[in-house]
Design a protein around this ligand. Structure first.
Ligand code: ATP
Ligand code: MG
Length: 451
C-alpha cells in the first residue's frame, strides 16, 4: 500500500519540467520496501534516533538508501534533517561542523563519520542565496530549506530517496523507487540545466552506471553531448576526488568504457585519449591495468591511484621522452623523468594531482629502463629501490600484453624469491664483494681488541 498518493510514476513531466511545487511524496511503508535496519550502520541509526527523539525530522538519504534497495550493502551513510548544524552539534558530544560554503555536521563514532546535512533549498529556488556563473554553474547555494525543497537539488531520482526513521518508510518525490527498480539514471528537473549547474553530474552519471549497472536515461545522454566541454570549468581539485571514485570502485574498466563512449575521458585525460586513438597497443595496456585494478579491489587489496595515473600517461610520456632524447644527450631514465614531469604538468591543468602521487609515479616510470640491467651493482640497487615493487608491477603489466621482454620479466620475478647466495649469482656478482673497506675495518678492530 502506498499513501498518500502524490506523484505517480507516469508523472515524468514533473521531473522534466523542473517544476518544484510542493507535491506530497509517495510514502512507501516499511512493509513495501526492502531497506532494513540490519543493513544500516549502528552509528547512523544512533544519529537518526537521537535527532528523532529530540523532535527533529531525520532521514537517511542518497546512495545508502539506493544501495540498500539494491541489496548492495552501503558503506557510507548520509543523514538529512531539519535540525540546523548547530542544533545537531548540541545533540552530540562527538560532532564537528565543517565546510564554509555549506555547513555540515560530522558526527564521529570511532573511525566512522556520519555526515549530517540540514535540508537545503534547490539552487535555483525562488530568490534564494544561490549564484550561477555565466554557463549556469552553481557557485553558491547555502540556504536551509525543508525536505520538499531539499529533494530538488539532488542529482538523480535514484539518489533522492529518503528513509524516515520515524516509521521506517521511504519518501519518494521524484519516482526514484521506480527508477531504482528499472535500473536507470534520470536527472531531476531539466537535464540540460542540471548538467550546466554542475558538470560533475556527467561523471556521476557514468560512475553510477558503471558501479550499479544502470542505464543512463536517453534524456541525460542527449543533454550530456553539448555539455561535455563544461568539465573544463570544474576546479581541478574536485576532479581529482571524482577521478578516485571513478576508478577505485571496482568497476574501473566498465566506467572507462562509459567515459569514452560519452566523450568524457578526453576531457579528463586529453593526452591519454589522443594516444588511445592512435595506437591499439596502448589500449591493450590500459585495459590490462583497469582489469588488474578491478581484480585487486574485488580481492580486497589496496590500489594506489598513482599506478593507474602512471598507466594513463605512459605512452604520452614515452613519446615525449624520445623527442627530448633526440634534442639533448641524456639517459633513457632521465628522459622519462623529464617527460613525465612535463606531461604531469599538462595533466594538472585538468585534474590536480597531489605530489604524494606524482613523485612516486615519476619514479616508477623512470625506473622502467633499468630492468634491462640484470647484473652487478645496478641490478642490486634496483631491487632495493623503494619504488621497486610498483615499478616491477608496472613492467609486469607491460609483459602481460607483450610490451615488455618476457625473459626480463621472468628474471625479476625469480630474483625476488631467491636466497642471498642465489641472487648474488643471478646478478653475476662475486659472493664476497671485493672492496677496500673490509680489510680497513679489520685493521681498525685489531688494535681495539688488543688494548
Ligand atoms: P556513493 O556514496 O555511492 O558515491 P552517493 O549517491 O551517496 O553515492 P555522494 O557523493 O555520497 O553520492 O552524495 C550523497 C548524495 O548527495 C547523493 O545521493 C545526491 O543526492 C547528493 N549529491 C551529491 N553530489 C551531488 C551533485 N553534484 N549534485 C546534486 N546532488 C548531489
Ligand atoms: Mg554517499
Amino acid at each position: 500500500m502506498i499513501r498518500p498518493i502524490g506523484t505517480t510514476n507516469a508523472d515524468n513531466n514533473l521531473k522534466n519540467s523542473g517544476n518544484k511545487g510542493s507535491q506530497p511524496p509517495r510514502i512507501i511503508p516499511r512493509s513495501d520496501h526492502n531497506v532494513s535496519r540490519k543493513d544500516i550502520s549502528k552509528s547512523a541509526l544512533k544519529v537518526l534516533y537521537r535527532l528523532h527523539k529530540a523532535g527533529y525530522q531525520a532521514f537517511l538519504v542518497g546512495g545508502c538508501v539506493r544501495d540498500s534497495m539494491l541489496e548492495l550493502h552501503p558503506k557510507d551513510f548520509d543523514v538529512a534533517t531539519n535540525a540546523t548544524p548547530e542544533e545537531v552539534r548540541a545533540q552530540f558530544g562527538n560532532c564537528r561542523l565543517i565546510g564554509r560554503r555549506f555547513r555540515l555536521a560530522h558526527v564521529r563514532f570511532g573511525r566512522e563519520i556520519i555526515e549530517t546535512a540540514t535540508f537545503r533549498a534547490a539552487a535555483n529556488h525562488h530568490d534564494d542565496d544561490s549564484k550561477h556563473d555565466d554557463e549556469g554553474r552553481i557557485i553558491r547555494d547555502n540556504v536551509y530549506g525543508t525536505i520538499d525543497e531539499d529533494v530538488w537539488r539532488r542529482d538523480f531520482t535514484c539518489n533522492a530517496l529518503y528513509y524516515n526513521i520515524a516509521d521506517f518508510s521511504i519518501w519518494d518525490y521524484v519516482g526514484g523507487v521506480e527508477d531504482v527498480k528499472r535500473k536507470r539514471l534520470v536527472l531531476i528537473g531539466d537535464p540540460d540545466q542540471r548538467l550546466r549547474e554542475d558538470p560533475v553530474r556527467m561523471l556521476r552519471a557514468v560512475r553510477f552506471a558503471g558501479k550499479l549497472d544502470f542505464t543512463i536515461d536517453e534524456s541525460v545522454v542527449q543533454a550530456m553531448r553539448p555539455n561535455v566541454g563544461l568539465l573544463g570549468n570544474v576546479p581541478a581539485a574536485r576532479l581529482f576526488d571524482e577521478f578516485l571514485k571513478l576508478f577505485q570502485s571496482g568497476h574501473a574498466e566498465r566506467t572507462f568504457d562509459l567515459l569514452r563512449e560519452h566523450k568524457l575521458f578526453g576531457e579528463l585525460f586529453p593526452a591519454t585519449e589522443e594516444e588511445l586513438r592512435q595506437d591499439d597497443r596502448f589500449m591493450d595496456f590500459v585495459r590490462a591495468a583497469l582489469r588488474n585494478t578491478d581484480r585487486r579491489v574485488a580481492e580486497g587489496k589496496s590500489v594506489t591511484p598513482m599506478f593507474l595515473l602512471g598507466v594513463f600517461i605512459w605512452w604520452p610520456v614515452k613519446k615525449l621522452a624520445e623527442i627530448r632524447r633526440s634534442e639533448e644527450k641524456m639517459s633513457e631514465s632521465q628522459s622519462l623523468s623529464l617527460a613525465s614531469y612535463e606531461i604531469v604538468a599538462q595533466q594538472q591543468q585538468r585534474i590536480s594531482l597531489p605530489r604524494r602521487f606524482t613523485v612516486p609515479m615519476r619514479e616508477m616510470i623512470s625506473l622502467q629502463p633499468r630492468f634491462e640491467f640484470m647484473r652487478g651493482k645496478r641490478a642490486t640497487n634496483l631491487l632495493q629501490h623503494r619504488r621497486f615493487r610498483a615499478a616491477y608491477d608496472f613492467m609486469m603489466l607491460q609483459a602481460e600484453v607483450g610490451q615488455a621482454d618476457e625473459a626480463i620479466a621472468t628474471f625479476w620475478t625469480d630474483v625476488q624469491t631467491q636466497s642471498a647466495e642465489e641472487r648474488t649469482a643471478s646478478f653475476g656478482m662475486k659472493s664476497q664483494p671485493a672492496g677496500k673497506r673490509k680489510p680497513r675495518r679489520r685493521r681498525r678492530r685489531k688494535p681495539a681488541a688488543e688494548s
